[in-house]
Design a protein around this ligand. Structure first.
Ligand code: HEC
Ligand code: HEC
Ligand code: HEC
Ligand code: HEC
Ligand code: HEC
Length: 367
């Protein structure tokens, strides 16, 4: 009897342990987060084509250790209740809950002291007449010893703390820079006079610039230009970019409705405006319309009220204030001193903006 009970208990423990282990493993997989929980479908779609598609959601959102795991599961239970009651926010606010410091996430894989030096940055756009327009910059990325874009915010002995209007961090109200024991403070006039209050404080790190590292949503013009550059959408069909942007800007009640209506809209555009082009390029346009549907479904989710531009990216200053949330005249130094630089050359050398034959790029090897 003792041998029987002993061995049965042993077998039970092994099976139970393995089940618990595999359940926990499953609950930590991006598949679970992105599909079992349909409200995260927009992030899951964008995540699969990002540069961190192999980094699990939990590695950035939960962090390591039992404490983080239990906190996340309790939070998950509360969210499950909201989903069952149908009372969750659409779109999901960004960030969804406390933003982990980069030292517990990004810095597990990337070193903050790595010196990237200069980086060639480029963007290709297409004009309505099919011209290819190039923009190129040499970003002063730097990293080591306080130099360049990386070093200026994360160098040794440097600390930047800020206060923002809310957790979205798109309106920065006050800043405190501690450098070698010396403190400099900046604030907007409304914040200094007490007219506006802050409700969010944070120590600046990677996530204040790289706020969409894993699930970046694109804007329609950038998405179309990129796909045209990569040859995923046609480059030579007249008015293609214009037509594509009109179709992507259409209103569809759901992904299913977009699947039914969107491809026909592209053909409809040409039928109405350029019937001659439709005759000669029908097959190519039909194929392209399916790719436009993919772009739409990857970036827009009517069910979750996520549309083009809902989740901006803070890396630059063209599509959202980005760097200019802090750089510029709005944040004034509290004592004497200068505002944080707006000098183009501090961040990048502009090689060319929307130019047709950008010689410098051609010299770099016909890029
Ligand atoms: C490399 C790190 C990283 C990974 C991996 C990651 N996220 Fe995120 N996620 C973030 C950051 C940072 C934010 C906050 C964005 C902001 O504040 O602008 C965020 C925000 C979110 C939000 C809030 C809404 C939004 O889009 O801002 C949801 C929902 C979300 N993530 C789900 C997921 C899911 C699901 C996965 C896996 C399929 C995942 N995340 C993987 C870093 C990550
Ligand atoms: C588990 C390891 C891991 C973690 C955690 C991680 N990364 Fe990465 N990251 C990588 C790898 C590997 C690459 C190279 C991917 C490639 O080249 O395809 C990369 C590439 C990048 C790139 C260049 C590609 C791009 O998308 O522009 C940036 C920027 C970046 N990571 C930022 C971050 C930030 C910010 C975080 C924290 C939110 C982070 N990473 C977290 C492993 C990681
Ligand atoms: C002040 C803003 C800012 C901060 C803070 C910042 N980065 Fe960056 N980082 C940039 C910019 C801008 C680029 C260039 C982006 C591009 O090429 O489009 C970049 C590029 C990168 C790249 C890609 C380099 C390459 O060769 O392509 C990696 C990796 C990266 N950052 C990681 C990090 C990590 C990790 C942190 C935190 C320790 C961090 N960054 C903090 C602005 C920042
Ligand atoms: C605080 C740093 C900073 C300053 C100051 C700055 N830029 Fe930039 N700029 C950037 C970064 C970073 C990017 C790249 C964005 C990205 O990675 O997507 C950029 C991108 C650009 C682009 C390409 C935009 C696009 O997406 O096509 C142009 C053009 C540009 N900057 C012009 C200027 C000019 C002109 C000035 C001076 C009036 C200036 N910038 C000042 C940081 C800066
Ligand atoms: C949260 C506020 C904040 C944001 C956002 C921010 N910066 Fe800064 N940046 C600062 C502060 C503060 C300094 C001055 C640090 C010092 O005094 O050493 C600075 C300094 C710099 C410098 C050094 C300037 C010089 O005179 O040498 C560069 C380059 C720079 N930032 C680039 C960027 C880029 C590029 C972005 C956007 C991708 C960006 N910053 C976003 C706060 C910010």
């Amino acid at each position: 009897m003792i041998i029987f009970v002993g061995s049965a208990t042993f077998v039970n423990l092994v099976i139970g342990g393995a089940l618990t282990y595999s359940t926990v493993r499953y609950m930590e997989s991006p598949n679970f987060c992105g599909t079992a929980c349909h409200v995260m479908a927009p992030e899951h779609m964008a995540y699969q084509v990002g540069s961190h598609a192999q980094v699990k959601c939990v590695e950035c959102h939960i962090g390591e250790g039992a404490g983080n795991f239990i906190r996340a599961k309790l939070n998950g239970t509360r969210q499950l209740y909201l989903i069952l009651a149908g009372s969750y926010s659409r779109p999901i606010p960004s960030p969804p809950h406390a933003l982990k410091p980069a030292s517990e996430t990004c810095e597990n894989c990337h070193s903050r002291n790595h010196d990237f030096g200069n980086k060639l940055w480029r963007r290709t756009q297409f004009a309505d007449n099919g011209d290819r327009l190039e923009t190129a910059l040499m970003l002063n990325l730097g990293g080591a010893e306080g130099k360049g874009i990386h070093g200026a915010h994360m160098g040794r002995g440097l600390k930047i703390d800020y206060e923002a209007a809310d957790a979205k961090r798109d309106k920065i109200l006050g800043l405190r820079v501690t450098k070698g024991g010396q403190v400099t403070e900046f604030a907007t006039s409304d914040f200094s006079s007490g007219k506006v209050k802050s409700s969010f404080r944070r120590h600046m790190d990677c996530l204040d610039c790289h706020n969409r590292p894993a699930h970046e949503f694109e804007l329609p013009d950038r998405a179309v230009d990129k796909a045209m550059t990569e040859g995923l959408l046609p480059q030579t069909i007249p008015f293609f970019r214009k037509a594509a942007l009109e179709v992507l800007g259409g209103k569809y009640a759901s992904h299913a409705e977009a699947e039914k209506l969107l491809p026909a809209q592209l053909v409809g555009y040409y039928q109405k405006n350029q019937p001659g082009v439709l005759n000669t390029h029908k097959a190519e346009l039909e194929k392209a319309s399916l790719f436009l549907l993919t772009l739409y479904q990857r970036n827009v989710s009517p069910e979750m009220k996520v549309t083009w531009g809902t989740y901006p990216q803070h890396l630059g200053h063209t599509d959202s204030p980005g760097c200019f949330r802090c750089h510029g005249d709005e944040l004034k130094p509290k004592t004497q001193g200068k505002a944080i630089t707006q000098d183009c050359d501090a961040c990048h050398k502009v090689i060319g903006v929307e130019e047709k034959d950008l010689k410098a790029l051609q010299e770099l090897g016909g890029l």
